[in-house]
Design a protein around this ligand. Structure first.
Ligand code: R5P
Length: 299
């Protein structure tokens, strides 16, 4: 376990929301910082009540992911930041998974750019710096009017895959938008990569793969790399396409596994042997720990 020099870390308190307790504790340990849990009570009408049981001191680091229920977790994160601000002028916020990052621009006329509103709310609540992990797009990060840093989990995921005994693996991005991510992943792993051509209907959300045949992947193991797996539709379509190319075993790797509804079951049914994700969102696929890269980014 890596710990960081005490002289750099003096006086940090890590505060966690319910959504990120385990990860926050790990970050606090790495930073040798005080750790305080918050209490969450949900009123019958759905309102969240956040209580800090102990007094934080020094610089505060609030850790709170914004995964489903997204709007509730957003308001809980903001409430925690606002409470932290009562104790410190310096409130760092770690949002390991930033919900709304995909709403970073107007895709269809009239759509609200909700990411911009979310960014303004964090500043208004009192955040002075923000850290996110593998944000969906750099455009989303630009909406923040406070120093904002994206931390990548790719090297941590790659470390995990290095330990698996894969057969002549190929890294595959399910779409062109993720090509750079897959290229980085493949280069760290020292293997080849390809990017598929995906089309998503912006109105219905329907996904299809438009790529031609990829004979070069026949018999080879595949690592499908994406930032987010939500409904699983992108991975399902990609896996069905890859199976038709008669590839070897398929692994799906992502930073944020939302796995909405029966996504996991459908992904497995499409031929994916395992899903491996990070602990930005707690769950049984979230086995790769991002606390080392987050702690390093903070100091
Ligand atoms: C899209 O651009 C993203 O990188 C992911 O591919 C997408 O958000 C995954 O969503 P779903 O699992 O619903 O297809």
């Amino acid at each position: 376990m890596t710990h960081y020099s005490m002289s750099l870390l003096a006086n940090f308190t890590v505060i966690s929301g319910k959504a990120s307790e385990d990860l926050a504790r790990k970050i606090a340990t790495k930073l040798e910082a005080k750790y305080i849990k918050s209490e969450l009570r949900i009123f019958p009408d759905g309102e969240s009540k956040i209580t800090l049981k102990n007094k934080p001191r020094g610089r505060i680091i609030v850790v709170h992911s914004i995964y489903p229920p997204v709007d509730s977790n957003l308001i809980r994160a903001l409430a925690l930041v606002s409470q932290a601000k009562r104790y410190s002028s310096q409130v760092y916020v770690v949002v390991p998974y930033l919900g709304y990052a995909r709403q970073d621009r107007e895709f269809l006329p009239g759509e609200a750019i909700t990411m911009s509103l979310v960014a303004k709310m964090f500043k208004a609540a009192g955040a002075t710096r923000i850290f996110v992990v593998d944000i969906h797009s750099m455009m989303a990060l630009k909406h923040f009017q406070i120093p904002a840093k994206n931390v990548t989990a790719i090297q941590e995921l790659v470390k995990y895959f290095k330990k698996l005994n894969l057969k002549d693996p190929v890294v595959v991005s399910p779409d062109m938008g993720g090509a750079q991510r897959a290229r980085n992943f493949a280069s760290l792993l020292g293997v080849e990569f390809i990017a598929l051509e995906k089309h998503r209907d912006r109105k219905s959300g329907e996904v299809r793969i438009k790529s031609g045949n990829h004979h070069e992947i026949r018999g080879r193991d595949i690592i499908l790399v994406d930032d987010i797996i939500s409904t699983g539709n992108s991975i399902v379509k990609a896996a069905q396409f890859l199976k038709k190319q008669r590839c070897g075993r398929i692994y799906a790797s992502c930073t944020h596994a939302l796995l909405i509804g029966d996504a996991e079951e459908r992904i497995k049914k499409a031929g994916v042997a395992r899903i491996i994700s990070t602990n930005t969102i707690p769950g049984k696929t979230g086995i790769v720990d991002v606390s080392p890269v987050i702690a390093k980014a903070i100091v």
